[in-house]
Design a protein around this ligand. Structure first.
Ligand code: PLP
Length: 492
């Protein structure tokens, strides 16, 4: 398997090279030359553990890893860090199937990929005779940050710097990050929003002077953001696993179609579902759920991607994104992997903030259905689901549930649907509890945590218990134009 840049059809890499490099030249993204087909039946997959399903998926992409290397990475990632053997359990509630992707260390779905990425990266470095230490630069809208920090903390041969929008993440998310231990970790709050953080990080990756400067210090950059193929591919595994478990539970027969509904920000998670579909998993519709930053909803409706609009801070902050980086991979596919055409569109996005795809390209996106949920609808969804069933979901998952309900109403399609449940409600306790009852508005954060545990009849996750008393170890703040210096300072 070779991976090719979305912006230059002549730039190809092996999996391990792509994982190390993160971003291709000219800010391109690596994509598989062809999406491989599963070479094992669902009947077999349905009886397998999460780890074995993950192996069956990843081996088709990471073909330059030996079986031993890949199984080692998988076993180091999906172990007792997860609080359930199933790794990604499915809970049925109100007729939908919630795929709980939040049982890892930081109780959000990014753990699914970020617990394996450090192992893939170190293995890739070894395979490619890299002697520099790897410096991970990450921009986060909340969840990536802690998940990446947790994944890389104290991993030998790596350092990690995380930038987050100061004031743009929940208090619990911020506490999770700034209490991170590990000498190789650095957390910086910036005076700007997520898109500015992400743009700043992208700039550092491609800044030749900076790369040379840190090279002399014995370092090289890599990315843990969802553009890395070391994150994208592990996410495909849980959609294959979800289908297999639906078969195993007799919710569907092998071959029946399901829909998948994903709360979307950077478009990585839903793209993974699209890859799973193209690998042969019987998925019909991919329902793309946005919050009030509904740039993707508008895109699927009109074929125009336009980021020129007000940036809204919502109660689902991990989806407060106006540039969905991974969408580029879908655009690239929809224009027949024409890297010139794709580059032209992406340049328009940089210079004018928008681009429009052709009708022909649009017709290749028919698997996708987009809609969005307002803040009020999101809160109502949490409250109504709790009142009806006792099941408590977080704000991001609620965006998806709300959009799923709208989809059923608009189309009458009652195909069984898996909703990606991307965060534990404990990660967004304040928003969740306020949605259930406004009387909670005045409560203290950790009293709310205990109340949520009692209402939802779910124990407080370890990730929350951990930060109750933890010390703040990171207090660096900087301006958007000082990000580079913050990195150099830390590496000195
Ligand atoms: C990151 C995140 C999302 C969005 O996922 P993308 O892959 O960026 O589309 C949704 N929900 C939560 C809780 C997240 O952390």
């Amino acid at each position: 398997m070779e991976f090719v840049s979305t912006r230059n059809k002549n730039e190809t890499v092996t999996a391990s090279e792509g994982i190390l490099k993160g971003l291709a030249d000219n800010s391109g993204l690596y994509v598989p030359k062809e999406i491989p087909k599963l070479d094992i039946g669902m009947d077999k997959l349905s009886k397998m553990s999460y780890q074995d399903v993950a192996y069956e998926v990843m081996k088709l992409y990471y073909t330059d890893f030996t079986e031993e290397e890949l199984r080692n990475c998988i076993n180091n990632a999906y172990d007792s860090k997860f609080d359930t053997k199933e790794i990604a359990p499915i809970k049925e509630s109100d007729g939908a199937f919630f795929l709980e992707l939040f049982h890892g260390k930081t109780i959000a779905f990014k753990d699914m990929a970020l617990s394996i990425l450090p192992h893939l990266m170190i293995t890739s470095a070894r395979k490619n005779n890299v002697s520099n230490d790897i410096v991970i630069l990450t921009a986060t809208s909340g969840d990536t940050g802690k998940a990446a920090l947790a994944g890389f903390a104290d991993v030998k041969g790596t350092k990690i710097v995380v930038f987050y929008p100061d004031g743009g993440v929940s208090r619990i998310q911020e506490l999770q990050m700034i209490t991170t231990k590990g000498d190789n970790t650095k957390v910086v709050g910036i005076d700007g929003n997520f898109d500015e953080a992400q743009t700043g990080v992208k700039k550092m990756f491609t800044d030749a002077d900076l790369n040379e400067r840190i090279g002399k210090m014995g370092y090289q950059f890599s990315s843990a953001n969802s553009i890395n193929i070391g994150r994208l591919i592990p996410q495909v595994a849980y959609y294959v696993y979800a289908y297999a478990k639906m078969v195993d539970r007799n919710e569907i027969s092998n071959g029946d179609l399901i829909n998948v509904c994903v709360p979307t920000g950077n478009f990585g998670n839903i793209l993974a579902a699209f890859y799973a579909k193209n690998m042969g998993v019987p998925i019909a519709k991919l329902i793309c759920a946005s919050n009030e930053n509904k740039v993707l909803y508008d895109f699927f409706k009109t074929g125009v991607y336009d980021k020129n609009r007000e940036f809204v801070l919502t109660n689902s902050p991990s989806m407060d994104i106006l540039i969905s980086s991974n969408l580029e991979r879908l655009i690239h596919l929809s224009c027949g992997m024409d890297s010139d055409k794709n580059s032209k569109l992406m340049n328009e996005l940089i210079t004018t903030g928008k681009y429009e795809i052709t009708d022909d390209m649009k017709s290749r996106l028919n698997d996708f259905y987009g809609d969005f949920a307002t803040e009020e609808e999101t809160c109502n969804t949490i409250r109504e689901l709790y009142n009806k069933t006792g099941y408590i979901i977080d704000t991001h998952t609620a965006v998806a549930k709300c959009v799923y309900d709208k989809y059923v109403k608009a189309t009458g399609d009652t195909t069984k649907t898996v909703i990606a449940s991307t965060a534990s409600p404990f990660k967004f306790t304040r928003s969740v509890m306020s949605a259930i009852d406004s009387k909670y508005d005045s409560w203290d954060d950790f009293d709310l945590v205990d109340e949520l545990s009692s209402l939802g009849k779910v124990p407080v996750p370890g990730a929350i218990e951990e930060i109750r008393e933890a010390n703040i170890l990171h207090d660096t703040k900087c301006k958007v134009n000082e990000m580079e210096e913050a990195v150099v300072e830390f590496l000195k």
